[in-house]
Design a protein around this ligand. Structure first.
Ligand SMILES: [Zn+2]
Length: 189
């Protein structure tokens, strides 16, 4: 997407709309709006509570304290994500090319409006830190969200993976005081 006006318009979209879009692509898509909003609010509450527990405000020092090593991969061009977190290996891989592309576009956008003067790498690090903190908190809502689905005549519990994403996105937003939803950066990649 190249059009500045189109991307800029997305900065006015509220968090709930971005998160409802994630839910619309999850097993929870058929729930009522109230039920979906309750999921979103629980994810946001989990993110706030994790953030309030932090004393130091450098995502990198938290990541290092948790024993993760950071790798900048320049050969991830075809992987459409900013980072991959491998908990078992304690490795966080950043998609260096994608981050660089977004950094350059943000620099150009910032000439028009200073709200774009954002350090995207820091936003990505906060996002990934949330996933690491989730690992250390087995009872956290975002890792335990599920819905009941009927398969033929059986009721099954289906996990909601989008809850973890909603939590991480919201966590990175509050940690960086971002005036818009971080999902906007996906449009710049
Ligand atoms: Zn994530």
């Amino acid at each position: 997407m190249e059009n500045y006006e189109l991307i800029d318009a997305e900065t006015k979209t509220c968090d709930a709309a971005f998160f409802l879009d994630l839910i619309a692509h999850s097993p929870a898509r058929k729930l009522s709006l109230d039920e979906k909003m309750a999921i979103i609010e629980s994810c946001q509450a989990a993110a706030i509570s994790q953030f309030e527990n932090l004393i130091e405000l450098s995502p990198l020092s938290h990541i290092k304290n948790l024993g993760f090593k950071l790798v900048e991969d320049v050969a991830m061009e075809n992987v459409p994500v900013f980072a991959l977190c491998h908990s078992a290996e304690k490795k966080l891989t950043l998609n260096a090319k994608m981050i660089e592309k977004v950094e350059q576009r943000l620099q150009n956008f910032a000439k028009r409006d200073e709200k774009w003067a954002v350090n995207i790498k820091i936003v990505v690090l906060w996002h990934e830190l949330f996933h690491m903190l989730e690992e250390n908190d087995p009872t956290i809502y975002t890792r335990n969200a599920w819905i009941e689905k009927k398969f033929f005549n059986r009721v099954k519990k289906v996990p909601l993976e989008c809850a973890s994403e909603i939590g991480a996105i919201y966590f990175s937003k509050i940690a960086t005081n971002l005036p818009f939803n971080p999902r906007v950066f996906e449009l710049l990649a």
